[in-house]
Design a protein around this ligand. Structure first.
Ligand code: HPA
Ligand code: ZN
Length: 333
């Protein structure tokens, strides 16, 4: 077998975990149409081709506009269940054995959808995944950073009765102009309530936002973080602390963070011994699920099998599984 075919097979067959996945970002165009019809919601597209051609983004905000529009077809608990279950079937296909998914309650509550409808739909699908397919998961609730901290506190209060289902809180949406420090009090309160914390930082924003996420929000992982290489001190900090970066290669290309995959800095990040992981972010919008991200980035950057293996092991190490569960999976890789 040639070396490359061997790596492709290795990527497909190896058990994997995903740590950066927005469940709303798994809404495939055909599913969007199905739900629009079922719920009698109008969407600004005539057919699936029109949806797909709208997926031409020039930055994060141009994507978010379309993404929030798409989410409007999600109304009832069964919609959130179906959405999550469809993603789980993708996990099965890709050999993803554990996934830690984000959801954005404010996107739905601001349209009058009850918090409980959202979390219960997602949670029921994830419970079924564990029972029937042995795919385990954690749920992370994200605050929308373009909204104010007050709105975040309201969502946090709704989440308190679901502590058994939600392991942590995160921070997503429009990064530039909405630094982590805007949410320092909210994250402090979330930590007091027992939630773990993560935050999107350094996707489009400067290294300073990564420092703030570490120092003020006390995060366990940085989501994206690819701007870190602009700051040598930060690279040293990330290397020493081994704070994980949940890198999303296809997302970074679709949102023009890098011009092309060959120019992505993932290999440099790996070579600097940072705790890098590969993830799919919003796969229905960015062109592929976890295997596709690994396959394309491996090929574009000519990653060795050893580097791919490191990435996969890093994801288990960086997950919120317990040590025994982590070691069990790592021993199988
Ligand atoms: N960045 C910020 N917010 C998001 C993203 C992202 O990549 N995906 C969904 N919400
Ligand atoms: Zn993201």
């Amino acid at each position: 077998m040639s070396e490359n075919i061997e790596i492709i097979e290795y990527i497909k067959k190896t058990p994997k975990t995903e740590l950066h996945l927005h469940i709303e970002g798994t809404l495939e165009p055909d599913h969007m149409f199905k739900l629009a019809k079922r719920n009698n919601v109008s969407i600004p597209f005539k057919n699936i081709e029109e949806v797909k051609s709208a997926y031409n983004f020039h930055n994060l905000d141009s994507f978010l506009n379309i993404y929030y529009q798409g989410s409007k077809v999600l109304i009832n608990e069964e919609d959130f269940f179906d959405l999550t279950w469809d993603y789980i079937l993708k996990c099965k296909k890709d050999n993803v054995v554990h996934t830690e998914i984000f959801f954005d309650p404010q996107t739905h509550m601001d349209r009058g959808i009850d918090f409980d409808v959202v979390i219960n739909g997602i949670y029921k699908a994830l419970s079924k995944a564990e029972n029937e397919l042995n795919i385990t998961s954690k749920i992370i609730m994200c605050f929308l950073r373009h909204l104010d901290e007050e709105s975040g506190f309201k969502v946090l209060s709704k989440a308190l009765k679901h502590k058994d289902k939600i392991i942590g809180v995160g921070l997503d949406s429009s990064e530039l102009g909405n630094p982590p420090k805007k949410f320092e009090k909210l994250f402090k309160k979330a930590i007091e309530e027992g939630f773990l914390t993560v935050a999107h930082a350094g996707e489009e924003g400067p290294p300073e936002y990564i420092w703030e996420a570490i120092n003020l929000l006390k995060i366990k992982r940085i989501d994206h973080g690819v701007q870190c290489l602009k700051d040598e001190k930060l690279v040293k900090k990330l290397k020493e602390s081994q704070i994980p970066l949940t890198v999303c290669p296809l997302s970074n290309i679709k949102l023009c963070v890098f011009d092309k995959l060959e120019e992505h800095n993932l290999k440099k990040i790996i070579n600097k011994d940072l705790m890098a992981t590969v993830n799919s972010d919003d796969p229905a919008y960015f062109g592929g699920y976890l295997n596709e991200n690994l396959l394309q980035v491996q090929s574009a950057l000519n990653l060795s099998k050893k580097e791919v293996k490191t990435l996969i092991i890093n994801s288990f190490k960086s997950s919120f599984l317990n040590e025994k569960e982590k070691n069990n999976w790592i021993s199988k890789i």
